[in-house]
Design a protein around this ligand. Structure first.
Ligand code: ATP
Length: 204
C-alpha cells in the first residue's frame, strides 16, 4: 500500500481521542478506514470470519445470533494462550484485505487507517507512509474511559497496562497530536496536518 499511494496510520491508546481526531480528518475529506469496525463486521452474524472461527474453536464461541461470542472468546484466549494467535491468524489477513479494498474503492483525498493496536500487532509500520499518534496524559485516558464506559479506575488501568507504553507509541510517530488540548486547538492541528498530507499524497 505504502508504495502505491500515500496512506496514514492513526493510532493511540484507549480513550486517547483517535475517533475524535479521525472524524475531524473525515470532515477535511480524508478517507477513514477503521480496523476495529472491520473486525466487528467480520465477526458479526453473517460475517466472513464466522465460519473459519467456528471451524477453529468449535460452535461454543458462536452465539445464538451467529456472531462471535466475545465473552467466551476472551475466556478462551485467557485460558489457552495459543488461541489469541489462532484468532489473529484468521482475522488479520481478512482485515488487511478489507483495508486494501476500502483504500482502493473508497472516496477521499487519501486513506487513513485507524489502528488502535498499530504498535502491538502486525507490520502496519511498513504498510503506511506515515504514522500519526494521538497522545495524552494517562490520567486523561483514565478519566475519559471511566466516564464514557462507566468502568472502574482499576479496569481502565489494566487495559492501559496491556497496551503499548506511551513512549513506545511515541517512538514510532512521524506526527503527534496531543489531545489534552481543547477541541478547537486539535481541529487547527488537524487542518494543518491535512494540508501537509494532501501535498504528500499529490507527490506520491
Ligand atoms: P477508544 O480507543 O477507547 O475507542 P478513542 O481513542 O477512539 O477511544 P475517542 O472515542 O475519540 O477516543 O475519545 C474518548 C472520549 O474522550 C470520548 O468521549 C470523546 O468525546 C472524549 N474526548 C476526546 N478528545 C477530547 C478532547 N480533546 N477534549 C475533550 N474530550 C475529548
Amino acid at each position: 500500500m505504502a508504495t502505491q499511494q500515500f496512506s496514514l496510520g492513526l493510532t493511540g491508546g484507549i480513550g486517547s481521542g483517535k475517533t475524535t481526531v479521525a472524524n475531524m480528518f473525515a470532515e477535511c475529506g480524508a478517507l477513514i478506514i477503521d480496523t476495529d469496525q472491520i473486525a466487528h463486521q467480520l465477526t458479526a452474524a453473517g460475517g466472513k470470519a464466522i465460519a473459519p472461527i467456528q471451524q477453529q474453536f468449535g460452535p461454543e464461541v458462536i452465539d445464538e445470533q451467529g456472531a462471535l461470542d466475545r465473552k467466551k472468546m476472551r475466556q478462551l484466549v485467557f485460558s489457552t494462550p495459543s488461541a489469541k494467535q489462532q484468532l489473529e491468524a484468521i482475522l488479520h489477513p481478512m482485515i488487511r484485505a478489507e483495508c486494501e479494498h476500502q483504500a482502493l474503492f473508497g472516496v477521499g483525498s487519501y486513506p487513513i487507517f485507524v489502528v488502535p493496536l498499530l504498535v502491538e500487532s502486525g507490520d502496519w509500520d511498513k504498510r503506511v507512509s506515515r504514522i500519526l499518534v494521538v497522545d495524552c496524559e494517562e490520567e486523561t485516558q483514565i478519566a475519559r474511559v471511566m466516564q464514557r464506559n462507566g468502568f472502574p479506575r482499576e479496569q481502565v488501568e489494566m487495559i492501559i497496562q496491556v497496551q503499548a507504553a506511551r513512549d513506545e507509541r511515541l517512538g514510532v510517530a512521524d506526527d503527534v497530536i496531543n489531545s489534552d488540548q481543547d477541541l478547537a486547538q486539535i481541529r487547527q492541528l488537524v487542518n494543518d496536518l491535512h494540508q501537509k498530507y494532501l501535498k504528500l499524497a499529490q507527490a506520491a
